[in-house]
Each structure stands twice: as C-alpha cells, then as structure tokens.
Ligand binder design. Sequence first.
Ligand SMILES: Cc1cc2nc3c(=O)[nH]c(=O)nc-3n(C[C@H](O)[C@H](O)[C@H](O)COP(=O)(O)OP(=O)(O)OC[C@H]3O[C@@H](n4cnc5c(N)ncnc54)[C@H](O)[C@@H]3O)c2cc1C
Length: 409
Amino acid sequence: MRTGNDIIIIGGGIIGGSILFNLLKDGYKGKIAVFEKKNSMADESTALSAGGFRNIWSTVVNMKLTTMSIESFKNFKAETGVSIGFEQRGYLFTYYRKDWETIIKFRKFWEESGVKTELLDPVKIMEMIPGYKPGLDHLDSEIVEMLELKEIVGGLFGADCGVFNPTACAIAYFDLSCKNYRECVEINKNTEVKKLSIKDGKVDGVIVRDDCFIAGEKIILAAGAFSHDLLERSGVSEEQNIPVVPLKRMLFLVNKPPIEGFGKIPMIIIDNGVYFHPEADDLLVGRAKADQKPGYDYEMEKKYYVDIMNSYMQARIPGMEYCRIKNGWGGLYAHNTKDKNAIIGDHPDIENLIFATGFSGHGVMEAPAVGKCISEKLIQGDYVSIPEVTLLDFTRFREGRLVKETIVI
Ligand SMILES: Cc1cc2nc3c(=O)[nH]c(=O)nc-3n(C[C@H](O)[C@H](O)[C@H](O)COP(=O)(O)OP(=O)(O)OC[C@H]3O[C@@H](n4cnc5c(N)ncnc54)[C@H](O)[C@@H]3O)c2cc1C
C-alpha cells in the first residue's frame, strides 16, 4: 500500500470508477489510490441498481448530466471495446389527468433543452405496450377504489432513454485505468477506510486497517450510502455533515407475462410509481416503498411485491398475475433527504475533501458525466462541460439553494 498519494478515492462503485477513468484519460499524471471495502469492485448499489437511464428531468443540471452520460454509454463499446449492455429501448411514463396537464406544459422546457420527448395518447400507449389497458372498464369498482386507480390520459415517451449494465461499466472503468495507466493507479480492495484524518480543518489522508495512515493531497468521497457515517466516524459534526441516509429500494425479477411482443417494451412507469423493463427473458420490477425507514436493510420483501406492486401490474395489464418472483434484492440509495440530488464538489469547511455522493436513485446514469466534471475541476479548475454542476455543491444546504428534482422514481 502506497503511503503518499495525490488523490485518494474512497469507494469502488461506478462513481469512483468514472472519476478515476476520466482523470487518467484527461491526462492527470499524479498518483491515485482507490479504497474499496469489499472484495470486488462495484459490488454495492451499482450492482443492485435497475440500470435505467433517462434524460427526462425537471432540473437542467440532471438533464445535462444524463444527456452527456447517455452519449458516453452509447459510444462506450466503440471507444473501449467493452460491451456494457447498452439498450436505448426508451422510457414511457403514464399519467392521470392532473399530472398530464403539468407534463404538457413541461414539454417546451425539454424541447428547449434538447431532450427528445413524445406525447402519446392512450391508443399509442396500447400499441407500444401489448395488453395495456388505459381505462378502468375492465376492472371491478372495488379494485379501482382500493388501488385509487384513475384513467390514463397520456404517456410521455423518451426515445433516448433505456437500460445498461452498470456493473460491467464500473468494472471496465477500473480495469481500463489499471491496464492503461498502471504507474498512476493503485486499487486497494478489501480495504475499508475507517476514518478520514482531519487536522486543523484539513483532510490529509485516511486511516485504514490496523490504524494505518495513508496520506493523500485530495480525498474524494464516493462511498455512496455509507458516506455520511464515514464522516461521522471521522469526527465531522452533523452541521458539517451531508444530509444523506442509506434507504432501501427493492427490485424483483419476475416471469414475463404470456403476452406476445412483451419482450420489446420500453421501461414503463405505470400507476403509483411501479416500473418495469424486460431483463433477458424476465422482467425487472421496482417501486419505491413510501414508508421505508433509513438504515442498512437489504431484505427483499416478497409480500410487498405480491400485495402492493403486483396488484397495480395486474390491474393495468391483465396477464401480469403470472409475473411470479424468480429472484429479488434490496439495495441502498444514498438518499439525499433535502433535495434528492447528488452532492458534488469541495467541502466548504474541510479543505481537500471533495464530495461525489448522495446520488439518491440516479447515480449510475450520471456517472460518466460526473467523472468528467470532477476531472475538469481538478485538472482545469472549473466545470467546463457542465457549469451547472456547481449548483450541486454542499453550500446549497446552508444557503437554501436546494436543487429540487420532482421527477424521481
Ligand atoms: C434498487 C436500486 C435501483 C436503482 N436503480 C437505478 C437506476 O435505474 N438508475 C440509476 O441511475 N441509479 C439507480 N440506482 C442508484 C444507483 O445504484 C446509485 O446512485 C449508484 O450506484 C451510486 O454509485 P456509487 O459509486 O456512488 O455507489 P456504490 O455503488 O454503492 O459504491 C460505493 C462504494 O463505496 C464502498 N465503500 C463504502 N464505504 C467505504 C469505506 N469506508 N471504505 C472503502 N470503501 C467504502 C462500497 O463498498 C461501495 O462499493 C438504484 C439503486 C438501487 C438500490
């Protein structure tokens, strides 16, 4: 283990990987050490995510980060030779009357921002999703009342959105960095950072096992859902800490319904935030549990799928009662409790500490752009490609400049 580093990256997920990869690709010549507590890289939230990407957002910064990232995913194979399962199959959001009016108004904003969207009427939705029923006539009134279902009046389709394999992408970032820039990189797996070493308002390194001190000029915190607790262990006060908690989200791998053509559907978001997309021969289904308590909880609750999620699936697409659970898991969002957006950039009080965390539910789809932006900031002194990234700084919590994202799944 090297003792003097120019940069230390804490966390071997897709965010840490992208930062490493972009710094080296952009010509950074210093020594970079990565610390990952697990035995393998990209084995936490990155591996447990749904792998969805979309550029449809309510904030400019998220639109820019994802637009740039989608371009990078698209070109990844050509540029690196590594396949990351990039499938631009589209995202389809479906709406009741009240929200639909808002979506229609938002369309202009997306158009101006260069984000491709299409408004679909119910007939078009049915053409895109075989078996889909936008109305309620096929349902008992008791079911409609119990699930609080309403008629679907329209759909928002984003053709540039889709799915990819975040683990493959993250692993490629680390492998390519090691292969191409061996002299600059040191990857330390199975090495938990116990604490940051903070002296006189300055971080000068990290403490790992056996109280071993590793010096670093700049420390990048990319530890996902574990970031807040690491800072707390390092003696950072709550006032100086980030508003990030670990929050479980579950995914279920289920049988595809016996409906012709279902394997070609886009990622669809139906009633009550239930979303699914084809995953090889199955479907990957998710929904945020509204009353989920923060904590390091990974349990997959079958009952939640059967009692809550599948009811909406059956109601909207008869035949989905055959979507039985084959596998499933819980994973952690690094959930930013204030505005559900990433925290990127310098700590205002602790010198040399840089954040790249708090991505809530959209870290894998922003990873390529975040890596590039942090690389620009470190090498050139500024966020050149996406200046709006500065809005995601820590200071926004103190100054009341929250970047509220309303389109979260
Ligand atoms: C169920 C689910 C579905 C999701 N779906 C999507 C989606 O469709 N699209 C999307 O964009 N995002 C999605 N996300 C969110 C996405 O997974 C995260 O935003 C993203 O993985 C964040 O990447 P990361 O590198 O910051 O975190 P991680 O992948 O968690 O990486 C952080 C790493 O830091 C390591 N670490 C932590 N503490 C220490 C320490 N003290 N010392 C050393 N190492 C440490 C961890 O072991 C981990 O490997 C989903 C998340 C979940 C849970």
